[in-house]
Design a protein around this ligand. Structure first.
Ligand code: NAI
Length: 332
């Protein structure tokens, strides 16, 4: 029995993500919560003949929505419009995330929490601060979803392949944070393909991964940001996490944004390199408890340029993290 709640289930991401989760072979119950329309979305999905039971909850039913959930996924909050950075969303989304974190602390304190809402670099620290204040923070159970950056990196890198068929590029990673310069694509590990790319094309490729979200925002012309590719990305991360918590014997490693708690194997090694950083996205080994350990070997695999990009990323990341932490510290 595995129950998952989607908070923000009626939105551009929430709806296709809920549809994918309705098809999941690893879930038994899906709880859909939003401040509008969640019951409608749930009723619609409930007509699909798969095993996952779906229930919708209105604005004032957060406690019921979260009851007995094992995982909580959060795509609630406003998306970007052309010209906006993810940080511009902070004003509105910070408050939404704080409210939902209070709900999770009260009604699902043991659940794994996956935050999609932007700016991820700040919303995950907000979540951690609220849970810590309430005495229920478990660093193995809080994740910022950065999978879309990896999905984009794999797709865009494939554009340089001449073989014709789509490659998986399992060996690449995207680390750092989830906005512009904090996104650090580590593509040199796909050395066979990467070595064939000219220097100027490499720079353009890296920039495209870092700012790929802007392409979607621009093309949607004011109607929002990535929703379908994001729903896909969250779904594949959730499926991998479910596999890990259900005790799969295969190694499950995913890039995700976590808090560097000293109890997590590898955290102190990351802190030796970046003493000031508290949260970062790195390849994380997932297991029954959620985060098992950090695969720090990536830090030794970076080429010179990737190392440079990571140093730039960490500086901006620290500012974003502090913004989230201070929001909670100064607001009570
Ligand atoms: P949307 O506006 O289409 O949907 C957001 C949903 O959240 C709406 O249904 C709204 O009613 C709901 N909502 C607002 N306040 C709420 C609350 N207090 N409780 C529950 N639900 C609430 O936005 P979209 O496109 O689905 O994006 C959602 C968030 O995901 C945005 O912040 C966006 O920037 C972020 N995002 C993150 C990505 C990532 O890679 N982590 C990629 C793309 C978007």
């Amino acid at each position: 029995m595995t129950k998952l709640a989607v908070l923000g289930a009626s939105g551009g991401i929430g709806q296709p993500l809920s549809l994918l989760l309705k098809l999941s072979p690893q879930l038994t119950e899906l709880s859909l919560y939003d401040i509008r329309l969640a019951k409608g979305v749930a009723t619609d999905l409930s007509h699909i003949n798969t095993n996952v039971k779906v229930q919708g909850y209105d604005k004032d039913e957060l406690a019921d929505a979260l009851k007995d959930t094992d995982l909580v996924v959060i795509p609630a909050g406003i998306p970007r419009k052309p010209g906006m950075t993810r940080d511009d969303l902070f004003k509105i989304n910070a408050g939404i995330i704080r409210t939902l974190a209070e709900g999770v602390a009260s009604y699902a304190p043991n659940a794994l929490v996956l935050v999609i809402s932007n700016p991820v670099n700040s919303t995950v620290p907000i979540f951690k601060e609220v849970l810590s204040k309430r005495g229920v923070f478990n660093p193995r159970k809080l994740f910022g979803i950065t999978t879309l950056d990896l999905v984009r990196a794999r797709t865009f890198l494939n554009g340089f392949e001449t073989s014709g068929s789509f490659q998986k590029f399992d060996e690449i990673h995207v680390i750092g944070g989830h906005s512009g310069n904090t996104i650090v694509p580590v593509l040199s590990t796909a050395s066979k393909t990467y070595s064939k790319i000219a220097a100027k094309d490499r720079d353009a490729l890296i920039h495209r991964v870092q700012f790929g979200g802007d392409e979607v925002v621009k093309a949607k012309d004011g109607a929002g940001s990535a929703t379908l590719s994001m729903a896909y990305s969250a779904y594949i991360f959730i499926e991998r996490l479910l596999k890990a918590i259900n005790g799969s014997s295969d190694e499950v490693i995913e890039d995700t944004f976590i808090y560097l708690d000293n109890s997590i194997l590898g955290a102190s090694e990351v802190r030796r390199v970046f003493p000031k950083v508290d949260f970062i996205s790195l390849p994380i080994k997932l297991g029954k408890r959620g985060v098992e350990s950090i695969d720090t070997s990536i830090l030794k695999k970076l080429d010179h340029n990737e190392e440079k990009l990571l140093n730039i990323a960490v500086k901006e990341l620290n500012i974003n993290i502090a913004k989230g932490v201070n929001f909670v510290k100064n607001s009570s």
